[in-house]
Design a protein around this ligand. Structure first.
Ligand SMILES: Cc1cc2nc3c(=O)[nH]c(=O)nc-3n(C[C@H](O)[C@H](O)[C@H](O)COP(=O)(O)OP(=O)(O)OC[C@H]3O[C@@H](n4cnc5c(N)ncnc54)[C@H](O)[C@@H]3O)c2cc1C
Length: 495
């Protein structure tokens, strides 16, 4: 998917590109699971496909969570419009948009020039050549000036490009998913039931079917046999007095519509060879519990195409080298995607732990769960978090100062430091800083994050912990960005 999005973004910029795809043709795969579009919506706008996606998508505006043991409501996020609840069809502004993965792929494919995708073309080997790469694709030698590995979670490109690379790591959670048309009270919503180790999540797949995704801590059947996966899934929900619907949905799903696998993720690799890069799952596969993988792959694609625009790959005068463009892409993508890998890993842990049974008061379930325990790092016993709000001109400075005034009223327990009108330390542009003052305030992280996400109005904001991992980790994998992530000046820091 990221590869097709990149091809379309490059096509818009008149940069030549070929996508080598190992599938024999577009019909080789089924529609796949359902995707929830979030930040990737920005990329869809940039690709000019938002309208087509909206037309094919199913919106939801409510997310309901219950305790599978008791049936008690744990949280409701968003609300369906009164008219829709009365069955009048009108819905409130959609909070989330869902569509089958295959539909998004088709929307992208339809817009690509006919010879862009070479089907049945499996990348087998790659070696650097004088002006790029020599590839073996389905036993045929091909060449290219830049190689972009966009070949998913089991990326061959990444294996070929990164000699020393950590393998994808299992997260100890198994997922089984399927589709069925059984009647279901929450068919128009996102729905979730949790029991402390097992979770079911459902959402509309298309106009008639619900997609369910059951996940649990531990192993599952191997070999991909739909019947065995369905049996394992049923066994995990058979003792759920508070949510008999889970058993009913799974039981009414045909074995051929059931898939399952252990969840893995992987941190970004170290430096890549010249004239090569990675995007999407090839670079940063992540657990599906924040619904971010495809969203990040789409953002990567648009970001990479933008960076390549003023190089000699594009028409017009070249203003920067391909090397600089790829470095710029990586600097934008790495902190953005790493934060999502970490957050998804955290959600995988929390949503299958007793923390998931905590009632969410005005928060999403993942946020509520995250609030009870803490993050995948250990905080030092000192000021737990710093907040940095960046600005680079008079206009953004005025907005940053106005935000500071409001934040001082909203969070009087925080410490506010004087603004710095120039780059300082790791901070590449002017900023003001606030911190959490004392270790006792550590559980207020989510409250501050949620407020900044709603109020920062496009400013770049960095929230980073003071953990025992390292300063470098705290400013990269442990950091949370609101708005656009900036490239921090941390190259020389110990990793
Ligand atoms: C159950 C589940 C639910 C998910 N839900 C969401 C969600 O709601 N929202 C979201 O944003 N993300 C979601 N994701 C994640 C998302 O699907 C992936 O992150 C996304 O598809 C990654 O896109 P990609 O382009 O990197 O890789 P892919 O979409 O996997 O594409 C890789 C392509 O490379 C091809 N390929 C592989 N090897 C080779 C080779 N050697 N030569 C040539 N071609 C090759 C493959 O055939 C494939 O077409 C979910 C994932 C799962 C498992």
């Amino acid at each position: 998917m990221g590869g097709l999005a990149l091809a379309l973004a490059l096509q818009h910029r008149s940069i030549k590109c070929v996508v080598y795809e190992r599938d024999a043709d577009a019909s080789t795969r089924k529609a796949g699971y359902g995707l929830t579009m979030q930040q990737g919506g920005r990329a869809l706008d940039a690709l000019g496909v938002s309208e087509a996606v909206r037309a094919a998508a199913t919106p939801t505006d409510r997310h309901v969570s219950i305790d599978a043991n008791t049936g008690a409501e744990l949280g409701v996020h968003g609300e369906r419009s009164a008219a829709a609840r009365r069955g009048h069809g009108a819905r409130a502004k959609a909070a989330a948009t869902h569509l089958p993965r295959g539909t998004l792929r088709d929307v992208l494919l339809e817009r690509l020039r006919p010879d862009t995708v070479r089907w049945g073309a499996k990348l087998e080997s790659a070696s650097p050549s004088e002006d790029g790469w020599s590839l073996t694709v389905d036993s045929v030698t091909e060449s290219c000036s830049v190689l972009v590995g966009a070949d998913g979670v089991r990326s061959t490109a990444r294996r070929l490009l990164c000699a020393e690379d950590a393998a994808a790591a299992p997260l100890g959670v198994f997922v089984v998913l399927g589709f069925c048309a059984a009647p279901f009270e929450y068919a128009a919503d996102c729905f979730e039931a949790v029991d402390g180790t097992v979770r079911i999540y459902t959402m509309p797949f298309d106009s008639t079917r619900t997609m369910w995704q059951l996940s649990w801590r531990g192993d599952g059947p191997t070999g991909g046999d739909g019947e065995a996966l369905r049996e394992a899934a049923l066994a995990h929900v058979s003792a759920w007095p508070g949510c008999p619907d889970a058993h009913r949905l799974i039981e009414s799903t045909l074995p051929g519509e059931v898939t399952g696998y252990p969840i893995v993720d992987r941190d970004l690799p170290g430096p890549l060879p010249a004239r090569s890069t990675l995007l999407g799952d090839a670079a940063h596969p992540m657990a599906p519990f924040k619904a971010q993988g495809a969203n990040q792959a789409l953002l990567d694609a648009v970001s990479l195409a933008r960076c390549l625009v003023k190089t000699d790959l594009a028409p017009g005068p070249a203003r920067r080298s391909v090397h600089e463009a790829l470095a710029e892409y990586w600097a934008e993508m790495a902190p953005r995607a790493s934060a999502k890998v970490a957050a998804s890993r955290n959600a995988a842990r929390l949503l299958h732990s007793p923390a998931a049974l905590v009632r969410a008061e005005g928060l999403t379930r993942a946020a509520a769960a995250a609030g009870v325990t803490c993050h995948p790092y250990t905080l030092k016993h000192r000021n737990p978090y710093d907040v940095h709000v960046y600005y680079d001109d008079e206009e953004s400075r005025a907005r940053a100062m106005e935000l500071r005034d409001r934040m001082q009223v909203k969070f009087p327990w925080m410490r506010f430091h004087r603004p710095f009108g120039r780059p300082i330390g790791p901070h590449p542009i002017p900023m003001w800083e606030a911190d959490f003052a004392s270790y006792e305030n550590r559980d207020r992280w989510d409250e501050v994050r949620a407020w900044l996400e709603s109020e920062a109005g496009g400013l770049s904001v960095l929230i980073h912990p003071h953990s025992t991992d390292s300063d470098y980790a705290d400013h990269t994998t442990n950091a949370h960005w609101v708005g656009e992530a900036l490239e921090l000046r941390i190259e020389g820091w110990e990793r």
